[in-house]
Design a protein. Structure first.
Length: 115
């Protein structure tokens, strides 16, 4: 099994930045491409970004392309999401997982953007 723990969320004003982290533990040898997802209140969980094992290619949802950057440190079993130019529509709980949702979901980390 792989366990995923997200952190780094918080309250930020519009235009601000946050950096999220996702640490994987357990059978990390199973981890290849990883992604970030988010779920806003009253909405379904949506894909945000993904990154392959070697760092490329990366993929982004249109809503965050150009503002968010995904990266990873395989030695630390950690995937990051740098979020810039945040706006209130980015308010959500953020999760990491493989693009195919191969692993159990973590608790996520809450990002709240105030206007």
């Amino acid at each position: 099994q792989v366990q995923l723990v997200e952190s780094g969320g918080g309250l930020v004003q519009a235009g601000g930045s946050l950096r999220l982290s996702c640490v994987a533990s357990g059978r990390t040898s199973r981890i290849a491409t990883m992604g970030w997802f988010r779920q806003a209140p009253g909405k379904e969980r949506e894909f945000i970004a993904s990154i392959a094992w070697g760092g490329t290619p990366t993929d982004y949802a249109d809503s965050v392309n150009g503002r968010f950057t995904i990266s990873r440190d395989n030695a630390k079993n950690t995937v990051y999401l740098q979020m810039n130019s945040l706006n209130p529509e980015d308010t959500a709980v953020y999760y990491c997982n493989s693009p195919n949702n191969d692993f159990n979901w973590g608790k996520g980390t809450l990002v709240t953007v105030s206007s």
